[in-house]
Design a protein around this ligand. Structure first.
Ligand code: PMP
Length: 307
């Protein structure tokens, strides 16, 4: 269940949670014209901070642009809307959902007369894949569903409708007794999880599928790539054949919700050695260290909500 907070930011104004409703003829509902972001605010040694607020605002505007959804606020205004929503709800940590969508006005996929809507929602949120997941890892399945092919619905931007693919993948995985599912790309190479990017470790080297493998270009993915290279790991973005996953020393997911979550089994096959995931552990320590101050935020990724 969603933990309701007091206010939702709508087009520049705070409105009570229960009043943030929309018309059934909203274009975004009829045709899926809704770009969005999932963002986390962490309780840190510097107070409550939004993680990579600027990168999320940037990706939102980029997603919206492709589909002709106007965003009538600047990136800085979107970032401030996110800070204000966390602040005014008195949240010390939160998950934020930002929606940029076409509202009620016209009924046609090519509509140009719908209002541009922008909402920011913030609410309390714990571990996405379960409390044990970060420590012990999760059971994952490669599902029968493929990610959207290049030249169809772009997987590289974050639109609500892309999550039809995620729903198919994650539902099939759950029906097979797993916590999360992976989709292959149109060409049969490894793509990503239903809501996470995927990394594999083999002989000390870190490999992740390239953007051309129908992945969302994740902000946590970028953060892990940046930190891993800074820590001296060799990291390559390259196509991964499905069978290579079963021979990996370590596999892990990254995502705003999933953070850095190890994969314990894939299709019932144990990955690597139980309890021995040095690279995943080192990256988790570096990542979570940003929030308790053990890792220096030399990248400027923490954006304090109190300004
Ligand atoms: N892939 C998909 C399909 C996702 O939904 C997400 C979560 N937004 C990710 C990857 C990870 O992206 P990020 O690190 O920006 O949350």
């Amino acid at each position: 269940p969603i933990k309701e907070s007091k206010y939702i930011w709508r087009n520049g104004k705070m409105v009570p949670w229960a009043e943030a409703t929309t018309h059934v003829m909203t274009h975004g509902l009829l045709y899926g014209t809704c770009a969005f972001e999932g963002i986390r605010a962490y309780e840190t040694h510097k107070g409550t901070c939004i993680f990579r607020n600027d990168a999320h605002a940037e990706r939102l505007v980029y997603s919206a642009k492709i589909y002709g959804i106007g965003v009538e606020f600047s990136k800085e205004e979107i970032m401030e809307a996110c800070r204000a929503t966390v602040r005014e709800n008195g949240l010390s940590s939160a998950y934020l959902r930002v929606n940029a969508y076409l509202g009620y006005g016209e009924m046609s996929p090519s509509a140009t007369g719908c209002p541009n809507e922008l909402d920011v929602i913030a609410f309390a949120f714990g571990r996405y894949l379960g409390a044990e997941a970060i420590e012990n890892g999760i059971d994952v399945a490669v599902t029968s569903w493929r990610r959207s092919a290049p030249g169809t619905i772009p997987a590289g931007v974050k639109m609500a409708g892309n999550y039809l693919s995620s729903r198919l993948i994650t539902t099939e995985a759950k029906a097979r007794g797993c916590v999360e599912g992976i989709g292959l790309s149109h060409s049969g190479m490894v793509s990503e999880g239903a809501g996470e990017n995927l990394f594999m470790v083999k002989d000390g080297k870190i490999i992740t599928p390239p953007t051309a493998a129908s992945i969302l270009v994740g902000i946590t993915r970028d953060s892990v790539i940046t930190m891993a290279r800074d820590m001296g790991y060799e990291l390559v973005e390259q196509d991964i054949a499905r069978e290579a996953l079963y021979g990996a020393d370590e596999l892990f997911f990254t995502g705003t919700a999933a953070e850095i979550t190890p994969i314990k089994t894939l299709d019932g096959i144990a990955i690597g050695e139980q309890g021995n995931k040095p690279v995943t552990k080192a990256l988790q320590n570096a990542f979570f260290g940003l929030f308790n101050g053990e890792t220096e935020d030399k990248y400027g990724w923490l954006d304090p909500v109190e300004g």
